[in-house]
Write a protein that binds this ligand. Sequence first.
Ligand SMILES: Cc1cc2nc3c(=O)[nH]c(=O)nc-3n(C[C@H](O)[C@H](O)[C@H](O)COP(=O)(O)OP(=O)(O)OC[C@H]3O[C@@H](n4cnc5c(N)ncnc54)[C@H](O)[C@@H]3O)c2cc1C
Length: 542
Amino acid sequence: MSAAHELIHRTGQSADFEIHIFEKRSETVGGKARSIPVPGSATGGRAPLPGEHGFRFFPGFYKHLPDTMASIPYGESTVVDNLVVADRLEIAQFDKDPIVVAARFPRTLDDLITDIEAIFGENTGLLPGEARFFAGKLWQVLTSCQERRLASYEKITWWDYLEADTHSPAYRNLLVSGLSRSLLANDPTKASVRTVGDTNIQLFLGILEPGHPTDRLLNGPTSKVWLDPWRQHLEQQGVIFHMDSPAARIAVANGRVSGVTVTTPQGERTVTADAYICALPVERMEELLEASRGPGDPVKADPSLAHIAALAKEVSWMNGIQFFLKTDVPITHGHVLYADSPWALTSISEAQFWSNEHLPGCGDGTVNGILSACISQWDTPGILYGLPARQCTRAQIADEVWAQIKRSVNVGGKTLLTDANRHSWFLDPDLTETANGGIEISDAEPLFINVTDSWAIRPEAVTAIPNLLLASDYVRSFTDVACMEAANETARRAVNQILKLAGSNADPCTLWPLHEPDWLAPFRWHDKVRFELGLPWNGHLI
Ligand SMILES: Cc1cc2nc3c(=O)[nH]c(=O)nc-3n(C[C@H](O)[C@H](O)[C@H](O)COP(=O)(O)OP(=O)(O)OC[C@H]3O[C@@H](n4cnc5c(N)ncnc54)[C@H](O)[C@@H]3O)c2cc1C
């Protein structure tokens, strides 16, 4: 949809491009970002309760996606105006008061250490010096040149870089895993310093720099306030959606894609076009390439595509669950990271932000709040059943998540969440119980992780097959972490190549490198000189 949008906005409705989108799902567009109406929840002519695969957050450093959203009409304005700022980040702990981070820090270099110590210093279980040590490590990434990040930090896990094994459990939970795993499902034992460090820096800089919100979210269910209006807009612009039509095979002849076979409710058909963008998640792209083996094998025409099979193994589970509440409980005005939760939970209390949704108009009319949580760790035993999430039934998952959240927020003599206030829950339907005892969970839509050294084998949006382009969160991008921003950026890269191939004089899509603060440029420059001389980082200017 990003690619279709950017192409049509650059060339105009009646121009040379006819755009068709072939989507596997029968109704909803938007992939993992879509909302999921809770089946059977509506009574009395109301709408179903709004469920989701996982809540959506739009960090302040996103530029590509908000730029596209700013040209999707929504009433008198655009959908980007449906983004609202969350001004708190809460780090909840078991049986202890939470740490609440306000979205403003003083803006000086030395203050980075002081600030991190102030936030994580007291009542956290961190040992003396650990917050300072962490700040120093972040500082190292901040002041390292890009060349060092690619050559060296790409090869080290975030876990090893932060020397997690030799520090306290609180350090591991809060600083190593908490920030990386909870926000974008980056397993710190696998994800590279380059990816997690760069992303953390972007998040911290959003806090440091005045005028840039760190955390934004939509003011209603994602499909309602963004994706459905987007589809409608694209259709009005002439884009044709073919739902229930997964791509089944790609055929290459004479070095170019000669056609793509799609499976439709009426049977298979071959689609031919001037150019094709595969905007599939990595594990589906791998399936598609596998099914395309034979005389017209795309991998023979571009052997680098073979790496997609290795990348497809690097996926992790991150899935959402919503607790519908009779009375709203806004835990904090922003996201909550559950630092001690063995399942690496995060949550958001949505109703306070959802000016665009009247919850009592949904379900049976008695829901007034939604606590939407994401589970990012599936292999660690929980506190209620002693089982990892992977081995629980759906109902056990719901109870276990509820127990971990309650133990984190019902603290300091306050009882924010009660069982009596819980109306119902909805767990991502991608998680299905299997027949073998009913305790295994399978995930139809996992999330890619940028593991160490994966940059070298990740594809560019432009392949060696001139009319085959790739766009998705695993494709190389400035954003370099699996998220909606990366998916949008790579779609822009694909569109720019199509414009080039077509000899179009339309303006190419803008691409933004990750923001590096100007005030640290002398440090990065100094480090670049040292890197080129083969010297290690030292963090000083002289
Ligand atoms: C629980 C969870 C929470 C997340 N939260 C955030 C967040 O807060 N912020 C953020 O930026 N990112 C978040 N992400 C990551 C984000 O959802 C993904 O990075 C993003 O959706 C990737 O977009 P995509 O278009 O590449 O893939 P997808 O969103 O997976 O979309 C792919 C589309 O292709 C379709 N498809 C699959 N196979 C075929 C086929 N053979 N033929 C045709 N169509 C096919 C699918 O049905 C789907 O519509 C989250 C991810 C998860 C799992």
